[in-house]
Design a protein. Structure first.
Length: 417
């Protein structure tokens, strides 16, 4: 009997573990799978790259399989048993891939309902399926227009919950919850961080459910196997330093994160001029849907060495051979920093994070350095206030001595094993 079978998962899924190189359930899966099997409603707080997706996808697939073994195939159109809500199309497609990998062994049907693909997803109204992966705005509209109903809903999952609520989806989520039959539905939230305002919204909006917090000591932490290098420089020095990094330092594939789409476009123009042979793709929210999907797929498939992206690529996307992340600009919040860093060091592998640090970033980088040095949690609320006050101050003028020190590179890491 496999370790997954001991958690209540049927042996029919054993070939999936072989395909994915999964030898045994990890700590998150060992703790979460039994709770999903028992139809508990939970808030799971665990590091990015810790196997959260499989911890709910596997038991939900098992439970649906058992139901259909006893009651026959689900034939009612537009009435899924399970719905997973995620903040971005890229993450939705990734999670759909996990469910499809599982479904191949037990005959389940998985569909996606994503913003910007109205023509394709509208046809779901006439399809029968068990599992739906959706973005909030598209799902809220579909429920209102009766393209999909929650009549048969048994499991509602919000993945990357902190990002869902941070991205302005509260109204969509409030709208869709009006269709939920709380007594019949297990509702769960999965996230790498849980800011106070997010926790308060969840507990207020879903007060009818007895939500159990399932947290792991690594929550709110930068992965232990991730090395961090801080490069101190002025804003004007960033492009040239990026060129030096990509041509001489970067080993393997990685992501360059910028805070805004215009910064991504500026970096793209610079690379085209200075590094014309570099294989890269760009990704930001204003790209046409077809181009956005093509860029994401090309990078995931290994057709590019570098992805230049906004935080849209920081939300849960899993690229197994990613070696490094470069923060061309540090994010405005510690939550986003954790999500960016979470693209590397996944599944116990080692990774490297490089930060371009200017005078504006002094407070945030100080907290990050301390957290990495002590392997302690980042105090997200405290940091957010510090960053706001720091960035509201006028930029100090650098004297000659300070200018000479700006290219200083420091390393903040804790080695293990």
């Amino acid at each position: 009997m496999s370790d997954f079978e001991k958690l209540g998962i049927d042996e029919d899924f054993n070939p999936y573990y072989v395909e994915q190189g999964v030898k045994r359930p990890n700590e998150v899966q060992t703790k979460v799978i039994p709770k999903i099997m028992e139809d508990k409603s939970i808030i799971c707080l665990a590091q990015t790259g810790s196997g959260k997706t499989l911890s709910y996808a596997l038991p939900i697939s098992e439970k649906i399989k058992l139901h259909e073994d006893e009651n026959g195939l689900q034939e009612e159109a537009g009435r899924p048993f399970a719905v997973v809500v995620v903040p971005t199309k890229e993450l939705a497609n990734q999670i759909r891939g996990v469910f499809k990998g599982l479904s191949h062994h037990v005959g389940l049907r998985v569909r996606a309902m994503l913003g910007g693909t109205k023509g394709k997803s509208a046809s779901l109204k006439d399809q029968s399926y068990e599992i739906l992966i959706a973005t909030p705005n598209r799902l809220a509209k579909a429920l209102k227009n009766k393209e999909v109903t929650f009549d048969n809903l048994k499991w509602l999952v919000f993945d990357e919950a902190d990002q869902l609520f941070d991205m302005g989806f509260k109204k969509d989520i409030e709208g869709m919850t009006r269709f939920v039959e709380y007594d019949d539905t297990a509702i769960s939230f999965f996230s790498a961080t849980l800011p106070v305002e997010v926790e308060e919204f969840i507990k207020g909006q879903f007060k009818k459910k007895n939500l159990e917090l399932v947290s792991f000591k690594e929550g709110h932490k930068v992965q232990q196997k991730v090395e961090t290098y801080n490069v101190f420089l002025s804003p004007k020095e960033k492009p040239n330093m990026l060129k030096e990094f990509l041509s001489k330092t970067a080993a393997g594939r990685g992501i360059v994160f910028a805070n805004q789409k215009n910064q991504v476009e500026d970096i793209q123009k610079y690379i085209e001029q200075e590094l014309p042979k570099l294989k890269y793709r760009v990704l930001h929210g204003d790209l046409p849907q077809q181009e956005r999907a093509a860029s994401h797929k090309a990078f995931v498939d290994g057709k590019a060495q570098v992805l230049i992206a906004t935080d849209i690529a920081a939300r849960g996307i899993d690229i197994k051979d990613l070696a490094w992340v470069l923060n061309f600009g540090l994010p405005k919040t510690a939550v986003y920093y954790l999500h960016r860093c979470g693209r590397v060091g996944r599944g116990g592998k080692r990774g490297v994070v490089y930060n371009f640090v200017t005078n504006f970033d002094a407070k945030l980088i100080g907290h990050i350095n301390d957290a990495i040095k002590n392997q302690s949690q980042l105090d997200l609320e405290f940091i957010a206030k510090d960053i706001k006050s720091q960035r509201s101050r006028p930029k100090p003028k650098a004297n000659a001595k300070q200018k000479q020190k700006k290219k200083k590179i420091t390393k903040r890491t804790k080695r293990y094993g």
